[in-house]
Design a protein around this ligand. Structure first.
Ligand code: NAD
Length: 465
C-alpha cells in the first residue's frame, strides 16, 4: 500500500510531524490502496512561518515576476497532465479522458486566466484626489475539497500569487496521491515559502485557520464544513471566502431544441458522477412536456451508465444510496431510471446507477438537498414565473441554465435568477469569469480578476497639491 506522509514547507518536501493516519480505499475497486498521514500543529506552525517570511519578498514583486511564475506553473501542470489525470482517476474515480481534459486541463486555463487579468488587478485607480492601490491581504489559509482537487487548489494558489499573497494549503485528505504530485510541481516552480502545503483532515484545517500568522481564509467544500470554518475565522475576525455546495437548475423553455438541451443537461449533471458543485441536478421542463422529457432524460442517463466513474468513497456511496432510498419512499417522487444498488457488471468499488426521478413536491428532500452523486430530478412548471420560483427555491444559489430561442424571454428569466453562474443554451465554462454563489452556496468569488480581488485590499492614498 502506498503511504503519503509529506508536506511542502519553505520550498522543500519534508516528512510530516503529525502521526495521525487514515487508510483509504480505491473508489474503483473498494480495496484499501493508500495510507495518508495528517499534519499537526507543528507542521502548520512551520508552514505559516515560511509563508510569513516569504510574504515580505513576494508582496513586493512586480507584475512580470508574478506572471512568469504563474505561467511556469501552468506549463508544468500541462507537462505533467498524464500523471495528474492518472492520480485523480485512481483517487476520485473520474474516467481518464475526463480527468485529463477537465481535472488536469481546467486548472491550466484558470492559471492562464490569472495571467491575463494580472495587469488589471494591479492597476491603480483614481477617485477624485485619491489614488487607490490594490495590496495583498497577507498570508492565506486555503482549504479545498476532493472533487476537483487540482482545480480548486489552483483557483486559490493562482489568485494568491497574482495578488502578491503567500499561502498555506490544506488539501482534502481523500486525494493524497494528487496532493503529493501537486507538492512536487510547486516545489519545482514557485519561490520557496510562497506556497506551502500541509495535507491533513478537518482537525489540521481547524489548526491552520486558528494560527495567528494567518490573515485570511479561503474555503471550498460543503455547507457544514463552511459553517465551521466561517465560525472559526469569525472568532479571530479573519476575512473568510466560502465556495460551497449547490442544487442548480436547468430550465428548458418550450421553444428550445429539447434534444440538444436535455442531452447537455444530463451530461453536465452526471459529470464526475454528479460530484460537481455547479452540476445542473434539477431539470425544469414545461408541465405539458414532462412525460416525454422525463422519458428522454431517463434514456440518456441509462446510456451514460457505462461511461460514469464511481463516487469517491464508501461514505459517499452510502450517503447517495440513502438519498435514492428515501426518494423512492416519497409519494411525490417517481423513479424514471436507475435506483439503489450497483450498476450491472460494476459490483466492485463505489459505482452508483445514474438515477432520474420526477417530483411534484418542490420541498421534497431530493429537490432541495445536494446529493453529490449521479442523481437528477425533473420538475414540471406551469409558466415562467413558476420556473423562476422553482429555480430559486432552495437554500443554494450557485449555478443555473436556460435553454430557448427567444432572447427576450431568456433575458427576463436570467435577470431573476439568484445564482452566481448562469449559462444560456449550453455556453461553455469561462475560467476568467467570477465563480461563486448566493445564499448557502457561499460568499466568495474565484477565478479571473474577481478571484484575485478576494485576496487584495484597496488602499486609498489622498494627495494634496
Ligand atoms: P468538506 O466540507 O467535507 O471538506 C472540504 C475541505 O475542508 C477538506 O479539505 C476538509 O478536510 C476540510 N474541512 C472539513 N471540515 C473542516 C473544519 N471544520 N475546519 C477546517 N477544515 C475542514 O467537503 P468535501 O466533501 O470535501 O467536498 C464536497 C463539497 O464541496 C460539496 O458540498 C460541493 O458542492 C462543495 N464544492 C463547492 C465548490 C464551489 O466552488 N462552490 C467546488 C467544489 C466543491
Amino acid at each position: 500500500m502506498d503511504t503519503y506522509d509529506t508536506a511542502l514547507v519553505n520550498g522543500k518536501i519534508v516528512t510530516l510531524d503529525g502521526t495521525r493516519e487514515q487508510v483509504l480505499a480505491s473508489p474503483l475497486t473498494g480495496q484499501e490502496s493508500r495510507k495518508t498521514r495528517h499534519g499537526d500543529a507543528a507542521d502548520i506552525a512551520a508552514a505559516v512561518a515560511a509563508a510569513r517570511t516569504a510574504f515580505e519578498r513576494w508582496s513586493h514583486t512586480d507584475a512580470d515576476t508574478r506572471r512568469t511564475t504563474i505561467e511556469a506553473l501552468a506549463a508544468k501542470i500541462e507537462e505533467r497532465s498524464e500523471d495528474l489525470a492518472a492520480a485523480i482517476n485512481a483517487e476520485v474515480g473520474t474516467p481518464e479522458k475526463i480527468a485529463k481534459a477537465v481535472q488536469a486541463g481546467l486548472p491550466v486555463h484558470v492559471l492562464r486566466g490569472f495571467v491575463s487579468d494580472l495587469d488589471s488587478a494591479l492597476a491603480e485607480e483614481s477617485i477624485a484626489h485619491s489614488s487607490v492601490q490594490y495590496r495583498p491581504i497577507g498570508v492565506i489559509a486555503a482549504i479545498t475539497p476532493w472533487n476537483y482537487p487540482l482545480h480548486q487548489a489552483m483557483c486559490k494558489i493562482g489568485a494568491a500569487l497574482a495578488a502578491g499573497c503567500t499561502l498555506v494549503l490544506k488539501p482534502s485528505e481523500l486525494t493524497p496521491r494528487t496532493n503529493a504530485l501537486m507538492m512536487e510541481i510547486l516545489a519545482e516552480i514557485v519561490p520557496a515559502g510562497t506556497i506551502n502545503v500541509v495535507p491533513g483532515d478537518a482537525e489540521t484545517g481547524a489548526q491552520l485557520i486558528d494560527h495567528d500568522g494567518i490573515d485570511a481564509v479561503s474555503f471550498t467544500g460543503s455547507v457544514e464544513g463552511g459553517r465551521a470554518v466561517a465560525q472559526a475565522a469569525a472568532k479571530a475576525l479573519k476575512p473568510c471566502g466560502l465556495e460551497l455546495g449547490g442544487k442548480s437548475a436547468g430550465i428548458l423553455l418550450d421553444d428550445a431544441d429539447s434534444e440538444v438541451a436535455l442531452k447537455a443537461m444530463v451530461n453536465g449533471g452526471l459529470l464526475n458522477s454528479g460530484q460537481t458543485c455547479n452540476a445542473l441536478t434539477r431539470i425544469l421542463v414545461p408541465q405539458a412536456m414532462i412525460g416525454d422529457a422525463a422519458a428522454q432524460i431517463g434514456t440518456l442517463a441509462e446510456k451514460m451508465a457505462a461511461r460514469l466513474g464511481p463516487v469517491i468513497s464508501k461514505d459517499q456511496y452510502d450517503r447517495v444510496q440513502g438519498f435514492i432510498e428515501r426518494a423512492q419512499e416519497d409519494d411525490a417522487v417517481t423513479l424514471i431510471a436507475g435506483g439503489t444498488g450497483h450498476p450491472e457488471g460494476q459490483e466492485q468499488g463505489y459505482f452508483v446507477r445514474p438515477t432520474v426521478f420526477v417530483c411534484t413536491d418542490p420541498k421534497a428532500e431530493i429537490v432541495t438537498k445536494e446529493v453529490f452523486g449521479p442523481v437528477l430530478v425533473v420538475l414540471g412548471y406551469a409558466d415562467e414565473d413558476e420556473a423562476v420560483a422553482l429555480a430559486n427555491g432552495t437554500d443554494y444559489g450557485l449555478a443555473a441554465a436556460v435553454w430557448g430561442k427567444d432572447t427576450s424571454r431568456i433575458d427576463a428569466i436570467t435577470s431573476q435568477l439568484r445564482a452566481g453562474q448562469i449559462d444560456v443554451n449550453g455556453a461553455p465554462f469561462n475560467p476568467r469569469a467570477p465563480f461563486g454563489g448566493f445564499k448557502q452556496s457561499g460568499s466568495g468569488r474565484e477565478m479571473g480578476l474577481h478571484g484575485i480581488r478576494e485576496f487584495q485590499r484597496p488602499v486609498s492614498i489622498q494627495r494634496k497639491g
